[in-house]
Design a protein around this ligand. Structure first.
Ligand code: C2E
Ligand code: CA
Length: 712
């Protein structure tokens, strides 16, 4: 077996060499052929270009004779020119045009000179032309005719074809002969020795000594064999050296592995630390450092689930900063943020002392989670109020409070209400917080079944109001304003009504507070405006003046002011806006003053509602400088019933007079009051005596024959 191996190798080497050499032969021959064809192709291209150039030169040299023949209308001479040109084999067609007319048009058939083989000899035609000028005239003068020839570039001279053919045959023969010699020499001489060498190398084993290289008589000389032996031995040593190095580096790698694993451990620790930092950042609110909303949700869900499987109870306290929006608006967000940070510090102190969890729920809202035993949430809430009293966060410039206060809503699973999930608990705390806000703020309210019922009803009302807004179920009613001395109608106040689909008329007192809280007031005001516009479009001059109640929120909303301006421009009726919120008249800001200025410029009058209830500041009033004040019906109604009331109303009317503003008395229900008001200088009146709020169409109907006179 052992001895068969080299023989098998030799056979393999021989057959492999045979295959390789045959392949080499074919490749050499093909490359030679390709090179020959490429050379011929390039040569041919050059020859074809030469044919074209020669034909062109020939045509140019014939041009003067052609021009003379054309100039003299000499057809014979023209034919001679053509015959002369046909001496060039490659020219296959000639035409001479004289003044647009054909003098000569000849073409001929010429046998191809190139072999018709692989498209080499295919016709390669080109048309050349030369303009003909009057003899003696320059080439920029108008041409008198044209000499054109058609050249077949494939008609190269036969000598050239013969030369190219010879070149091809000789080159191919040369390549074939060279390939054959190579084949013989390499296969029969070299292969033998390659086999012998292969056998020796085959016997060599890594780690063995030098290799014995067989001498190859006639081909390799002894010295060459010796040097080959040297090379192979060097290679052996190199291989042995490499083997040792591999062994050494293996040991090294094992050592390094230990260092590496230490480093990996360090990096892992570092990563874990970074991860913890990241988690902390993700869990905490960036401003206050307390747990954030996401953490609150997670922590509460955990506590809630734990409570369901134990006797423990959990409570949440929703802590909301009172009047935070005006604080923020007035002092700016930075001051707002600083106040929240201070509050968070107080809450954190309480957290550290009691073990509850304080979190920032969002904006100015904080939530506390604590284990609830009866009474503990209320005690904790009291601690929060007390902390804000002992370490007050200043709120000096506010008209509503000197320091920051909070309202707190509490809900606890100890209440034995069926809170099936944590969200319900938070929602119950939210309802309680809402009650706390309505109870005057700076107080705590704990959730109860009654509160939740109210909140539920409130949500239903909001939903109903939302649907009513979508269906535009709001209609402006009108209440007349008259000059009580004459009964003349001087204006109408638009008062909104919700007309339910079943015909029920809901007064604004029952739905506007909900609309204000749920942010629907602007939409309702806009619907009222739309309907008033439609009414005025139909009855442009039926009313002397129309007053519209405008909430601060609507005025601040986008587009509302423009709608009023549009209404004022489009109608002949004078438009008046009644500003409702005394709070925003207290400190009129730049925007409000600009809006009022814009309204006045458009001819819209401005009135202040509910004047005299003591809430409107005189300074604010002077800044706004309204066209008229409406004396509140709360002041008018008790006239004649309460002692001193006449004096009070008189002084209110005097204040208006001293501010040089007109007045209108609201809520005039009786003749006596109407007369009394006339006596004390307030003849312009509005009230049930003069007319109740009614649909605008009905109001138009009740206007007497004189349209400006209202018949109550
Ligand atoms: P207001 O602007 O002070 O409107 C006058 C209110 O007094 C009206 O109540 C009117 O019906 C009532 N009233 C008129 N004469 C008498 C009277 O002789 N005696 C008594 N006791 N009351 C009288 P209404 O229509 O219920 O409106 C209530 C409030 O709703 C209005 O008070 C106004 O602040 C607000 N409001 C009405 N319409 C709109 C509106 O379209 N948009 C907005 N934002 N608020 C509106
Ligand atoms: Ca009003």
């Amino acid at each position: 077996m052992q001895t068969d191996v080299p023989e098998a190798i030799e056979t393999k080497v021989r057959s492999l060499s045979g295959v390789l050499l045959r392949l080499t032969f074919v490749i050499t021959l093909s490359l030679g052929l390709a090179a020959a064809i490429a050379t011929i192709w390039v040569d041919l291209k050059r020859e074809k270009d030469a044919v074209e150039n020669l034909a062109y030169d020939f045509m140019q040299s014939a041009a003067p004779s052609a021009a003379a023949a054309a100039y003299n209308f000499d057809d014979e001479a023209a034919k001679q020119v053509a015959n002369g040109l046909f001496l060039k084999r490659a020219i296959i067609a000639i035409s001479i045009i004289n003044d647009g007319e054909v003098m000569v048009a000849q073409q001929r058939q010429v046998d191809p000179t190139l072999p018709q083989f692989l498209g080499i000899g295919a016709r390669d035609e080109i048309e050349l032309s030369q303009q003909l000028f009057e003899p003696g005239e320059a080439s920029d003068s108008p041409p008198i005719g044209e000499l054109s020839i058609k050249v077949d570039k494939s008609l190269v001279a036969p000598e050239i074809v013969a030369r190219l053919f010879t070149f091809f045959v000789v080159t191919t023969a040369k390549n074939a002969a060279f390939g054959l010699i190579l084949f013989w020499a390499v296969f029969h001489v070299l292969t033998r020795h390659i086999s012998a060498l292969t056998r020796s190398i085959q016997m060599w084993q890594p780690g063995s000594d030098r290799v014995q290289i067989p001498t190859v008589p006639g081909i390799l000389r002894d010295t060459e064999v010796a040097s080959l032996g040297e090379h192979v031995s060097e290679l052996t040593e190199l291989a042995n050296g490499a083997l040792n190095r591999v062994r050494r580096s293996h040991d090294h790698v094992v050592g390094n592995n230990q260092v590496l694993s230490e480093r990996v451990k360090d990096r892992t620790l570092e990563l874990e630390r970074a991860n913890r930092r990241l988690r902390r950042m993700a869990d905490h609110d960036a401003l206050t450092g307390l747990f954030n909303r996401a953490s609150f949700d997670r922590l509460l869900a955990e506590r809630f689930t734990a409570c369901q499987h134990s006797a423990d109870e959990v409570a949440v306290l929703l802590i909301d900063v009172d009047h935070f929006k005006p604080f923020n608006d007035f002092y700016g967000h930075q001051a707002g943020d600083a106040a929240l940070v201070r509050l968070a510090e107080l809450l954190r102190d309480i957290q550290n002392e009691t073990g509850c969890i304080m979190t920032r729920y969002g904006g100015e809202e904080f939530v506390c989670i604590l284990r609830a035993e009866p009474g503990t949430p209320e005690v904790l809430a009291a601690r929060v109020h007390a902390a804000l009293e002992t370490a007050p966060i200043e709120h000096q410039h506010s008209t509503v409070a000197r320091r920051i206060t909070v309202s707190i809503g509490i809900a606890s699973t100890a209440e034995k209400e069926a809170f099936t999930n944590a969200d319900m608990l938070v929602s119950a705390a939210d309802d309680a917080l809402y009650e706390a806000k309505h109870a005057g703020r700076n107080c705590t309210v704990s959730s109860s079944a009654e509160i939740r019922q109210r909140a539920h009803e409130n949500r239903l009302s909001v939903k109903a109001l939302l649907d009513a807004t979508d269906a535009k179920e709001f209609e402006p009613f009108g209440q007349p304003q008259v000059d009580a001395r004459t009964g003349a109608l001087i204006g109408v106040e638009a008062l909104v009504r919700w007309i339910k689909p079943d015909g029920t008329i809901v007064p604004p007192g029952q739905f506007l507070p909900i609309a204000e809280r749920s942010g629907l007031i602007t939409q309702i005001d806009t619907i009222v405006l739309e309907k008033l516009s439609a009414f005025l479009a139909q009855y442009p001059d039926a009313l002397p003046s129309l007053s519209i109640n405008v909430s601060g929120e609507s005025l601040a909303s986008e587009g509302y002011l423009d709608r009023i301006l549009e209404l004022a421009r489009a109608s002949q009726t004078r438009i008046t806006v009644e500003l409702l919120e005394t709070a925003f008249i207290d400190r009129p800001d730049e925007l409000l003053l600009w809006q009022l200025e814009t309204l006045r410029d458009a001819g819209v009058a401005v009135e202040i509602d509910d004047f005299g209830t003591g809430r409107t500041s005189i300074l604010g009033l002077m800044a706004i400088s309204p066209d008229r004040l409406k004396v509140a019906r709360e002041l008018i109604l008790p006239l004649g019933k309460r002692e001193g009331q006449t004096k009070l109303v008189t002084s209110v009317i005097d204040i208006a007079a001293s501010l040089e503003m007109n007045v209108l008395a609201e809520g005039v229900e009786t003749e006596e009051i109407a007369r009394l008001l006339i006596d004390i200088g307030c003849p312009i009146q509005q009230g049930y005596l003069h007319g109740k709020p009614m649909p605008l169409e009905d109001l138009l109907q009740s206007l007497g024959p004189s349209p400006r006179k209202f018949q109550a």
